[in-house]
Design a protein around this ligand. Structure first.
Ligand SMILES: NC(=O)c1ccc[n+]([C@@H]2O[C@H](COP(=O)([O-])OP(=O)(O)OC[C@H]3O[C@@H](n4cnc5c(N)ncnc54)[C@H](O)[C@@H]3O)[C@@H](O)[C@H]2O)c1
Length: 343
């Protein structure tokens, strides 16, 4: 039997556990896996592009457990009543190759993206950071805010989105949770005085959500929306003034903000910073950029976190996913067992 977490169960589990607690607990799993980064199989994800979006497969393995995620990114989906990003994922036993765990990952992706962003910001942002600007208040945004509060204590938000309804939704969801939220008049207004800037917009274009003039010294930029070829958020000039940190360089060169730069543009992989093998922030004036695209190991960590969290609970069901005849060579017998006998 394969354990399966469907949408209803992940929602009930999240409601009972609390989103902020899930995010902070999940960081431990993600950070532990970043700290053993060299032990994983790694490759840029396999992307199938179309004019409206992308469908991707994201596999990895630590030699004991294999995992993959199916995920799409379709920025125009909300205009048709659909979500920009949806996903599901699987864990499997490397010894037998049998799948062991299957979960919805639309919600889980929002958790893992926010947990990763906050983990990275804890390592790179100025320790005295108090205010975060958020450009883009769509699906990912509340999760990002809660993760930054859980890990960095950020309670002051300055928000902007081109869609006023998305801002209203954000305020409606987060103001009751005790955030101090300023609705800005523009992106430029939002970043004024911010210590951290999160960009989580969706547009299948080389957008300039942040211009060079909008970014002052000492800021940490958490850029999560530029995650596909031809889809970026930052003015390239910002990257020239910054130190840029990535998940897996080979994938980020294809998908991240640095797709705008020369192939040799210097970047640092975050696992090296977390292990103390590379420098993170070295001065208060330095601009740090997390050029996030989302990497398979984060999904692997999130799936393993969820698998452990729902163990011994009512938040999963067993499903009969793998045809497994008593005689492993008699699959035919399995499909003919219930057939009428011909005379
Ligand atoms: N890096 C990662 O690991 C990761 C993970 C998940 C999603 N993403 C990406 O993050 C982005 C946001 O995802 P989502 O699920 O929240 O999408 P969404 O469509 O729900 O929200 C995006 C928001 O951005 C706003 N927007 C678009 N252009 C803007 C602009 N120029 N200025 C201000 N606001 C603007 C839209 O109005 C919308 O409210 C997407 O691009 C998605 O692909 C990245």
């Amino acid at each position: 039997m394969v354990r399966f977490v469907d949408v209803g169960n992940i929602n009930r589990w999240a409601a009972e556990t609390g989103v902020e607690r899930i995010l902070t607990d999940m960081v431990e799993y993600i950070e532990r896996d970043f700290r053993r980064w060299p032990t994983f199989d790694k490759a840029p994800r396999v992307a199938s592009h179309s004019p409206l979006g992308v469908i991707e497969l994201m596999p990895t393995s630590d030699g004991v457990t294999y995992g993959f995620k199916y995920v799409n990114g379709h920025p125009s989906n909300p205009s048709r009543g659909l979500q920009t990003v949806t996903a599901f994922g699987v864990l499997a036993d490397v010894q037998s190759g049998y799948p062991t765990f299957w979960s919805e990952m639309t919600v889980l992706t929002a958790f893992r993206t926010a947990a990763t962003s906050a983990m990275v910001a804890r390592a790179l942002a100025r320790p005295d950071s108090q205010t975060m600007a958020m450009i883009g208040t769509g699906t990912q945004s509340e999760f990002q805010a809660l993760a930054f509060r859980g890990l960095l204590g950020i309670n002051r938000l300055r928000v902007w989105d081109t869609d006023p309804d998305a801002i209203a939704k954000f305020v409606r969801n987060l103001a009751p949770l005790g955030f101090e939220i300023v609705v800005a008049a523009s992106a430029t207004d939002a970043v004024t005085g911010a210590d951290i800037i999160t960009t989580c917009t969706a547009d299948k274009a080389n957008a300039t959500v942040l211009t060079d003039a909008m970014v002052g010294p000492g800021v940490h930029i958490n850029a999560i929306g530029g995650d596909c070829p031809g889809k970026t958020e930052l003015d390239g000039a910002i990257l020239h003034r910054s130190d840029v940190f990535v998940e897996f360089t080979a994938q980020t060169r294809i998908e991240g903000e640095i797709q705008q730069m020369h192939p040799e543009f210097p970047v640092t992989e975050m696992w090296q910073v977390l292990l103390g093998q590379a420098s993170g922030r070295t001065s208060v004036d330095q601009i740090t950029v997390f050029d996030s695209v989302g990497f398979a190991i984060e999904d692997f960590s999130a799936l393993r976190f969820l698998q452990d969290a729902v163990d011994q609970t009512r938040f999963y069901t067993d499903i009969d996913l793998v045809a497994d005849p008593d005689d492993p060579k008699d699959l035919f017998g399995l499909v003919t067992a219930g057939a009428p006998v011909l005379v």
